[in-house]
Design a protein around this ligand. Structure first.
Ligand code: 2NE
Length: 267
């Protein structure tokens, strides 16, 4: 029996596992429980010998808007089950890379902030014509460095990656295709059908060959794991600062942030 989840819809059919983040009221932003469940779903898909491809997607017209800013405290994203500030998103990034089966992101609507990192870390991205991509961290007092910077730069080039992070603008589906961020753009009502088509093509291929190819593609950036651990630790420490709180509070209060007081560190 597949595990039962609160924040996800998890289905398996004919070799394809579909993991849908299901928090549409916050555009599928993730909280600690969402990440824990994502890890469990991927572990299940990893173990299941009938599954050859995993699709990560979001419910009701959006992919994912990153960390849930409504539950972001000064010590991180507060887990309502324990009251503790914690988010095991780094562990989820790792399992997305290490599961020895291709992972396809199906992006409709927004894939922004930490949600943008999730689609990036999928092996392939199919998106709808109404998809929108971007990073938001420096606007909301956060950053997701490590794979979020280095892997992005591998994908779109250094200049474009720096633009994406420094300006925090949004890019539409055609722009994403042009910069190599996605594999194909389709009409919204054909997105999951297209995933099925790509999955069926992959499912006719040698699982062992695919497994070693994925590991080999990953090897080029596996050294980033250590940097990612430091970067995520730094983000956690940063969340306790007034500067990070200004970004978070400004977003919640729907006003522009004022970071001028914080341009003072000479190092
Ligand atoms: C996604 C975006 C651009 C959509 O804008 P818009 O204007 O179309 O919709 P709206 O009204 O902003 O959002 C719709 C509802 O979804 C909630 C909103 O608050 C709103 O609900 P109400 O206020 O009407 O009740 N919502 C959307 N995104 C949310 C989020 N991430 N957390 C909680 N509620 C959210 C616009 O909403 C947007 O910019 N969202 C924030 C994107 C963002 O900054 N994400 C976090 C980045 S940091 C991160 O993900 C991270 C990291 O940096 C490091 C480690 C881990 C995570």
């Amino acid at each position: 029996m597949p595990p039962v989840f609160q924040d996800l819809i998890y289905t398996k059919q004919a070799g394809l596992a579909v993991v849908t983040i299901n928090r549409p009221q916050v555009y599928n932003a993730f909280r600690p429980q969402t990440i824990d469940e994502l890890i469990l779903a991927f572990e299940d898909a990893w173990r299941d010998e009938t599954i050859g491809v995993v699709c990560l997607t979001g419910a009701e017209g959006n992919f994912c808007s990153g960390g849930d800013q409504k539950i972001r405290g000064d010590a991180g994203y507060v887990d309502d089950r324990t009251g503790q500030g914690r988010l095991h998103v780094r562990q989820f990034h790792r399992i997305m890379r290490e599961i020895p089966k291709p992972v396809i992101a199906a992006v409709d609507g927004y894939a922004v902030g930490g949600g943008h990192i999730l689609h990036m870390l999928c092996d392939l991205t199919l998106c709808s014509s109404r998809a929108r991509f971007g990073q938001t961290g420096p606007r909301v007092g956060s950053f997701d460095a490590g794979f979020g910077t280095i892997y992005l730069a591998r994908m779109v080039g250094e200049k474009k990656a720096r633009e994406i992070w420094y300006l925090c603008e949004q890019y539409d589906a055609d722009q994403a295709l042009a910069m190599g961020l996605v594999n194909k753009v389709v009409p919204p009502d054909q997105l999951l059908e297209e995933v099925r088509v790509w999955a069926d093509k992959i499912l006719t291929k040698s699982p062992t060959a695919l497994r070693f190819l994925k590991a080999s593609f990953n090897a080029d950036t596996d050294h980033v794991y250590g940097l990612q651990a430091i970067a995520h630790g730094a983000t956690h420490l940063f969340y306790g600062t007034e500067e990070a709180a200004e970004g978070r509070n400004a977003w919640r209060e729907k006003r522009p942030p004022d970071f001028n007081a914080f341009r003072k560190m000479p190092w």
